[in-house]
Structure formats: C-alpha cells, structure tokens
Design a protein around this ligand. Structure first.
Ligand SMILES: [Zn+2]
Length: 427
C-alpha cells in the first residue's frame, strides 16, 4: 500500500529570496481576503456562491488589472491553491462541519504550496530546489527521503528578522514494491582509467569536464596561495576558487544523476563493490590490480575528485534503486578483479595489464573491468540469496563459479532512518 509522507527542510535563503517569499506570502493573504470579501458581497446581494473555477477567473482578472498587477509577480499555482482552500472551507461551512471562513490577518499568511511536481525541481545532491519566480533555493538536506514527489509547501515560522522558512516536501511511498525479492541483474565495477564497467559490458568513461576543470582548480589554488593573507585580492581569489568547487560539484552531480537514473531504471537491484574496502586496501605504490598515483594521473583525475564521484555514485544508486523498490547490494571487492569467473582460479597474474584479464589456468580472456563487474554480480547474487533464505546452508547453490568472489561479504546500502513528519494542513 502506498502512503503519503512529508519531509521538512529548512531553507537557506539569500536576502533577496527572503524578501520575495514575504511578497509572495503577502499576495496569497491578499487573494484569500479579496476572494472572501467578494463571496460575502455576493451573498449580501443574494447571488449564488462562486466555486473554485470561477474564483480562478477572478484571480486571472486581478493579475491583469492595473491596480493589482503586482500579484502576477508571484507564482500563479500557489494563488490558485489558496482559492481551493477557501472553496474547501466554504464547502465545510455549507455542510455544517466548519465555521464561516474568516479574513487572514498580517502574519497569518497561508503556506505557499506548489501542488504539482512539474512546478518545481529537486536537486538533492546539491541541496536545492528550483521554484517558479524564485529560482534555485538552497535547503539544509537534514534527512534522506524516498518516494515519488507530489508537492511542496513553503511555510514561515516566527516573524521579522528571526523568521525562518522551511519546505515541506510530500512524497508518495511504497508504490513500486514490484522489484522487492528480485535478484540483482547488474554488477558494477568502479575503475580508475574507466569510471565504471558493468557486467553487461558497458564501459563508462569518466566525465571529461572533471579532468579539464582539475587544471583550473590547481591554477586557482596556486593563485590563492600567492596572494597576501587578509588582502582584498586574496578574498577574491578564494571566492573564485569556491565558485569553481561548487561548479565542479554541480557538473559532477548532474552527470552522475543521468548515469544513475539510467542504471536504476534498467536494473532496480544492482550489485556494487563496497568502496570503503577498496579505499582502505589501496596503496600509493600500486599493483596491477590496484594501481597507484601514476595511473590516476594518466586518467586525469585526482584521488579526491574520484573518491567524491564514487561516493556520490553509490549514494545516488542507493536511493534511486530504493525509489524503484529495489536495492543496491554492496559487495566486498577483494579478489573480484583477479579470480577467473570461468574456472575460479585466483592469482594476481591473471590481471596482466590494467585492461586485460587473462586467466593463467584456463586462458579465459576478457576486458578486466567487465570481468570484475561479472564477479561482483555473482557475489551480489550470493549475498542476495543469503538474504532471501536466512538458513546458513541455503545459499550454497546460488553461485557456482568464482569460489573466492562468491565468499565476498555483502551488505545493503546503509540508509539513514528517515523521520516522518506529520503533514499539517499548511498550504
Ligand atoms: Zn580460468
């Protein structure tokens, strides 16, 4: 069964955005009061009550009339929502389940509700939301959440300078449980010269822009260190560097979002190597299996950028597969790159070069990263089978090849518990 959940996030407004929100909220209060006055006047004249559609026509007229054109500076959908709420209040009154709607005083503005997910865009990775007439608004992403977006309401707590705005995001959950209990259908190996390889033979090259911008990053960093401490020039250089950092993070997130959405759409249950293990076991010197600095330099990406991208990739894949009712199963990557998936022979010599896997026992030859991804899928399968049937001897038959690989431990992506917030009837 699906259910509606609301998650509240505090907004981090720029001063101009705060002013714009107060203006919009003031407009909503005006719309409510004006429509209410109109209804009361009609009643006094003995005219029938005007329903929501008719009130929306009034709204259009107000937004175009010279004296009240300022209303059109605010988004139209929240204004229509206010009229819907007024209509509902009147219907309760007519049904004798509620009192006569009253005028709203200053400071008692209705919440700003955007009723349709088409009206806003959520950028979870960068902690921001794009809203009509407001642009991108930063949010404190204090909790993770899953579900299908439904609507968002902005509400104010407190007044004056201490006022804080928050966004309440409503999502529908539990609609896509179809993929639960489905075995993983894709394994993913994260690489250094390639960003990722899948068990279906797809190779994902790292984002070129990440490498290009790394040069600029170095230049800007040098510029900052050359400037005198406390000088205006240094402040400027620091701001420029911070801007570039944000830009890189945004580009990376956009690129990763496209990638992970596509993967999760096609494969709601994915086996992925556990990065933490990989990070801990890597060394500066490097081996064929886990190359050191030089390979990364060749790939054009430094460790920090790659680590951040891998971490973000895993995080996005984790919640996107969950949104689709599936999961991301994390697999210990030990031995997955050097155990032959055909005969099970495990040796470092199997990995002749960075890109070629050639088994010294049976001669099996394959793209090294794709081969590793297939081992990861097999290990994910074993972990999944164990999950389905908790008895210790039930998991034996699931994996036939790659003895060591199948022994790899696996765990579902850790998700922080989400806090359910009662969705009070604001907006
Ligand atoms: Zn072999």
């Amino acid at each position: 069964m699906s259910s509606i959940k609301a998650y509240r996030f505090q907004l981090r407004l720029r001063p101009a955005q705060g002013a714009a929100l107060r203006h919009i909220a003031g407009g909503l209060r005006w719309v409510w009061n004006q429509a209410l006055a109109e209804q009361r006047a009609r009643h006094a004249r003995g005219e029938r009550y005007a329903g929501h559609a008719e009130m929306c026509k009034w709204l259009t007229a107000w937004r175009n009339a010279p004296g009240t054109m300022w209303l059109s500076e605010g988004p139209v959908h929240p204004q229509q929502q206010v009229l819907r709420r007024l209509d509902e209040a009147y219907k309760r009154f007519f049904a004798k389940t509620g009192g006569l709607p009253s005028f709203k005083r200053r400071g008692k503005e209705p919440g700003i509700r955007f009723p349709d997910p088409k009206q806003f865009r959520l950028d979870v990775a960068n902690g921001r939301i794009q809203l009509p007439k407001l642009g991108w608004v930063r949010m404190r992403m204090s909790q993770e959440f899953t579900g299908v977006l439904r609507n968002v309401s902005l509400t104010r707590e407190g007044a004056g300078a201490s006022a804080r705005w928050s966004a309440s995001i409503q999502v529908q959950t539990g609609e896509t449980i179809a993929a639960l209990g489905v075995a993983p259908t894709l394994g993913i190996d994260l690489g250094l010269s390639v960003f990722a390889a899948t068990s279906q033979g797809e190779i994902v090259a790292p984002l070129k822009a990440m490498a290009q911008q790394q040069c600029r990053l170095h230049r800007y960093q040098r510029a900052v260190s050359r400037k005198q401490k406390g000088s205006a020039n240094r402040r400027k250089a620091v701001a420029r560097l911070a801007n570039l950092h944000r830009k890189i993070a945004r580009q990376r997130a956009d690129w990763l979002h496209k990638l992970t959405t596509d993967l999760a759409d096609r494969h709601p249950v994915i086996a992925l190597e556990d990065l933490k293990v990989k990070n801990m076991s890597s060394c500066a010197k490097g081996t064929a299996e886990k190359p050191g600095k030089k390979v990364r330099q060749k790939a054009g990406l430094n460790r920090g950028i790659l680590d951040a991208a891998w971490g973000e990739f895993r995080r996005q894949l984790g919640y996107k597969t969950q949104w689709r009712g599936g999961q991301t199963i994390l697999v210990n990557p030990a031995y997955t790159s050097r155990t032959c998936r055909v005969c099970g022979y495990e040796a470092a010599e199997n990995r002749k070069t960075q890109s070629a896997f050639i088994c010294v026992a049976c001669g099996h030859t394959e793209h090294a990263d794709v081969h590793a991804a297939k081992n990861i899928l097999a290990a994910g399968h074993a972990a999944w089978a164990k999950e389905q049937a908790p008895s210790p001897d039930a998991c034996g038959g699931a994996v036939r090849r790659g003895r060591r690989a199948s022994a790899g431990r696996a765990a579902p992506v850790k998700q922080e518990p989400t806090k359910e917030i009662s969705h009070a009837a604001h907006g």
